[in-house]
Design a protein. Sequence first.
Length: 709
Amino acid sequence: MRLGEQMANFDIRQCHKWAQLLIERKTKLDQALYNIEKQDFDLAKKLAVQIFAGFMGGRQADPGMAGSLLYHMAMVTKMESETQVLLDELVANQPDVLATLTKIYGEFYADAQDFVKEFMVLNFDPKKIALIKHPSSEEKIALFNKLKEQQKKTEMLLTNKDAQAAQALEELFGAWAEQVILMRLLQEYETIRGLLVLSELVKTQSLETVEAAMERVQDKFGQETVNIALDVTLKVGMRREKLQSVMLSDHFINMNMGMENLDGKMEFLNCPIYGSHQIAEEKYGVDPKTTALFCKHFCFAHAKAMLDTVLPFPFTLWQSKRLASDGVCEYYLKLAYSPQAQKPERFVPLIMSWNVTRECNLKCGHCYINADEKKLGNELSTQEGKQLMDQIYKVSRPLLVLSGGEPLLRPDILELIEYGSKKGIKMGLGSNGYLIDNIMAKKLKTAGIATVSISLDSHIPAQHDDFRGVKDAWERAVNACKVLQKNNVLVQVNTTLTHENYNQIDDIMSLSESLGVENFHLFFLVPTGRGTKLTDISPQKYEDMITTTFAKVHRHRLNVRPSCAPQFMRIAQGMNLDMRQWIRGCIAGMYYCRIYPNGDITPCPYLPIKLGNIREQSFKDIWFSSEIFKNLRNPNSLKGKCGVCEYKIPCGGCRARAYGLSSDFIDYCGDLNIPSEQTKDYLTEDPWCVYQPKNHLSQRYPSKTSTSN
């Protein structure tokens, strides 16, 4: 039976995807039960995974029972919050809308009964739906965990080819479906109630007054409701990156992003709240201008907050078409958009690193910047730092990561963070964590920090301390992760791969996950600064580590990205991983650059070619005029095997290794980190990549590089 074959009170396409998904899952359940009967437990288990965990497939994506339940739970909170936030802002009492609410809701409930009657009898009393207690975040998490535990037991029966799996699978489906339906019923009740309350407020206080109130509270409302959904999402074992697909699980979505202009659009081809608005207008005289307010303010705020939660870079969002007025819901999105940029450019900074100081309180043996106990004498002043951010804003609005040395040793660091944040730049911090306690974490949050990365190089305290050169460094780093997470700051762990921790990466990832960390970046050593004194692992070990780490990602709730190893794009493609979260392997000079403490600009921290200084030229002039930047943006300028490689566009090879390593591979080049004039070829092939391009005729590889340890 197809949903479209039925008569319904509400618009089927717009309002009842929840039922369509349940019917499709019920069909898969029947197939799984048939396969169990035929002793094909493997196929039955595959279908079970799709039913409960979902699968991605463009517009036909299914978030699974878990995704649907989380989505509808979040929407209950969203719709309820919209109404209360507006009443509070207007200092208004709840108007009496019960009579009309009961009539409209009765039509929706009749639809629900009809859609699920073949596999479930609804025992909810629609007249008492308002009395059902909405679950708290803790109750949502407990419910998820209970259902997930039941799911694990069922999957174990399937794995063991136990005939009892059939009954267990049916019971599991019923348990999940009951909760999904209940949350959808509650969601629709709050949707209709909110619309009718809004209509009454417009009648008593005017459309202009109500709209002004919605404009005042929309950003706060959007962020608070998404934060609740994110908290539950993470605690039930889903990744932040999955929140977008989960939150949009009741919509057919067309989302197209193009790197040509760093923009794209999202088309919402159906809307779960549109049906009730349509009936309210057609049967009960609600003004269409009133229903349009939801699209214009609260739906927009919700979409903006959701994207801000899942996208790593700043963006600007426009709602070019609204369902209530245009019959189509469409958003236009542009990454790193700055209103002061004169024209759209293909290459603008999405992320930048600013070494705000060279001063540091640790003594790390691999430090690329050769940090010291004393700062440089010519570091940018507070005023110059603000002027730098003003200059950056004329080009783009990037994620600006303040690092060092140890950035928290700058007495004006909070002032700089606050200044950038108020300009709309997304502010990040790269720290060793030693100086971050709960008080500092609160100050960072108040100043406007968006994300903090903490260096953690072993799950063994003594080993980390030895690597970092200071006792208790591990304990301080771990505590920093805890207090930042406690203060709702997004935390990333950075681990530098060495011979000593090569076999610990899985343990470090597990430790990071236990601390509430979401992002894990595995840094591959580049021989600059004090790093030239360390013996790097072999190229083949790099290749193997990337492959092994990607293979283990499913064990963790971490977003994993290798850094300074652009070949990960080739490896990820070969493993059929979702690569939409990444732009390119090496982004130096294309979407990224580094600012040295004295204002020198380099393509990246490990490629220390001085391209200009912001005390002498504007950042805009350096970014768009530098010949070296132009060459880095042209994949056809690459030489050697990188130049002929079929992966040169998604990968690009590490330009820093190409520049910093001689033909003998280890060149003790000293303070490569200090910006200087170009002396070597940054466009030559990456000597630490073992891949042989298909059309590369040279047989020089493998050379000495592939046999080093």
